[in-house]
Write a protein that binds this ligand. Structure first.
Ligand code: ADP
Length: 230
């Protein structure tokens, strides 16, 4: 174990961490930090779907238009991707779910996978002010070559509009256009946020973290503390 790793929590069961929150809440960033610290994989349905789109395969073709429009893809498509991914050996000792489950049907499928394994999920809900979310998503820019993310206000490149590492012209992700952001937030409010009740009803441990103003490292510190105690 290296010094940046978090010791295993008290329970012996594999850790199933669900990072929950609206688009722009920082789920992806926190999941990456946690995956590194805990030595378990980050499973991001958004990344998996984008990879299928990039490859142009059958799944990619099926989901591309929905993703561009900021609409959730069909439950059976993501459920199958997640089921296959969780069956991989590297997920046997725990995993971090980033962007899944996002609907009640997905949450029920996940319960069906976790219950027989004797695993109860720990849900970390990242709560972020609406205005902060909008500023984060509308200001996000990405390097088309290396994928580095910037933000015009909170993490600007040295030269405006240009990647520090590649010198390439930064782009706005298709689904970070303003009208699509509205659609993504709408989907979250209607389909995803109500899952909090589901997590409560099914007895999962659910922690809320205020992630509006702290930097990513400070938010990570708060999550780390919770996991140590759980
Ligand atoms: P964000 O959380 O910022 O919207 P993601 O990368 O998690 O970004 O998701 C991007 C898009 O991928 C979503 O708008 C949706 O179209 C699709 N997607 C990702 N995860 C799911 C999921 N669990 N269920 C349905 N659609 C999903």
């Amino acid at each position: 174990m290296n010094s940046s790793q978090i010791p295993n929590p008290k329970s012996q069961a594999p850790l199933a961490l669900i990072l929950f929150g609206s688009p722009g809440s920082g789920k992806g960033t926190q999941s990456k930090l946690l995956a590194k610290a805990l030595g378990i994989p980050q499973i991001s349905t958004g990344d998996m779907l984008r990879e299928h789109v990039r490859r142009g395969n059958a799944v990619g073709t099926k989901v591309e238009a929905k993703m561009k429009a900021g609409i959730l893809v069909k439950d059976y498509v993501v459920n199958q991707l997640v089921e296959e991914r969780l069956a991989q050996p590297d997920a046997a000792n725990g995993f971090i779910l980033d962007g899944y489950p996002r609907t009640r049907a997905q949450a029920e499928v996940l319960c069906g996978i976790l219950s027989p394994r004797g695993v109860q999920a720990v849900v970390i809900h990242l709560v972020v002010d609406y205005n902060v979310i909008i500023a984060r998503l509308t200001g996000r820019r990405q390097c088309p070559v290396c994928g580095t993310l910037y933000n015009v206000t909170s993490k600007p490149p040295k030269v405006p509009g240009v990647c520090d590492l590649e010198g390439a012209k930064l782009i706005v992700r298709d689904d970070d256009r303003e009208e699509v952001i509205r659609e993504r937030l709408d989907e979250y409010e209607k389909q995803t946020r109500p899952l909090i009740d589901f997590f409560r009803e099914t007895g999962n441990r659910l922690y809320e973290i205020d992630a509006s103003h702290d930097n990513p490292q400070a938010v990570f510190g708060k999550i780390e503390e919770l996991i140590r105690e759980s």
